[in-house]
Each structure stands twice: as structure tokens, then as C-alpha cells.
Design a protein around this ligand. Structure first.
Ligand code: NI
Length: 181
């Protein structure tokens, strides 16, 4: 099992648009596996992870909105490993309070479509069409946003954003001091 390091805000890699994958090679499959391992093992209960969050600017995401953790045992739900996902249909509207593994301690109310249709390639490079609604649809929209360099914090007010950045700076300088001492 390979656990990758999750890049955190405000690292500029998170705001960079990703390139489409030309072919689902062994390397892409390894990335899909590592992303899933990293999502399940990350601190907090991550239900989705996009390649740029581990510093890889490729259009690759993983999601499992159903997995559960009972005591220390992780029970997988349905894992989706998607390459070049594209939203082909959006209907309805809802608001969801979203968090992000790359923005620890932050959440933002987001306006999303209630239902989406997504076309992608699966782990084996085969075309797959997904019809999703509610949390699953929200998660797909959140992860696909990552591939375009869009983050939930981009929708926050300037004040809220600045407060978060200030908090991150303080934490970093505190860690530094502790490391030096
Ligand atoms: Ni995220």
C-alpha cells in the first residue's frame, strides 16, 4: 500500500488545470490505486480525492461515498476510479456544506447540481457512464472541479479566505519553532 502526501492549500498546484490522460497505462492504474489507498487512510473521512491533491496534474479522480470506519476497521463501499471524467448533464440544484482533504479545518456551503451524468474511463480504460445524485453528485462535482484548479475556498468571502490563510501561516510557523527547538 502506498500512501501519498496530500498537498494542502495554498499550494499553487491545487489551482492548476490538469491535462487529460491519453491512455490508461499501468502507471495510471498505479496512480488510481495509490489515490484510493491515500483517500481511505487520510486523516478525516475523505470520500474523494483528485490527482492534483497528490501533486499529479492529470485528470484522474477516485471516490467512495459509502465507505465506513467502525472503530479502526475500514469497510469499503463502492469505489470509483475515474480517468478524464466529464459532466455531460446537470439537473436540479442543492446546497452542500463541503470540506476538502487539501483544506483541513475548512468548510464552505456550495451550490451544486442535484443530479449529474458523468462520462469517464474506468480502471481498465473502458468507457463508463455514471448517473449520480445528492452526495455522490456533489462529490463528483467537487473532484472534477479539482481537475480544473477550482477549490471550495475560491467561493468563500475574502475575509473568510484571509482568516484561513492566516491560520495556516500561524500553524506553519509554530511547527517550525517546534522543529528548531
Ligand atoms: Ni477536495
Amino acid at each position: 500500500m502506498t500512501i501519498l502526501k496530500i498537498v494542502t492549500y495554498p499550494d499553487p498546484v491545487l489551482s492548476t488545470a490538469c491535462k487529460p490522460v491519453e491512455k490508461v497505462t499501468k502507471e495510471i492504474q498505479a496512480l488510481l490505486t495509490d489515490l484510493a489507498d491515500t483517500m481511505y487512510e487520510a486523516p478525516g473521512h475523505g470520500i474523494g480525492l483528485a490527482a492534483p491533491q497528490v501533486g499529479v496534474l492529470k485528470r484522474v479522480i477516485v471516490l467512495d461515498t459509502q465507505w465506513k470506519e467502525e472503530k479502526t476497521v475500514k469497510k469499503k463501499g463502492r469505489l470509483y476510479q475515474l480517468v478524464n471524467p466529464v459532466i455531460t448533464k446537470k439537473t436540479g440544484a442543492l446546497e452542500w456544506d463541503e470540506g476538502c482533504l487539501s483544506i483541513p479545518g475548512f468548510s464552505q456551503m456550495m451550490k451544486r447540481a442535484k443530479q449529474v451524468t458523468v462520462e469517464a474511463l474506468d480502471y481498465n480504460g473502458k468507457p463508463i457512464t455514471i448517473e449520480a445524485e445528492d452526495l455522490f453528485a456533489v462529490c463528483l462535482q467537487h473532484e472534477i472541479d479539482h481537475l480544473d484548479g477550482k477549490l471550495i475556498i475560491d467561493k468563500a468571502s475574502r475575509l473568510k479566505k484571509n482568516l484561513y490563510i492566516e491560520q495556516v501561516r500561524k500553524t506553519i510557523s509554530k511547527d517550525h519553532k517546534e522543529a528548531i527547538l
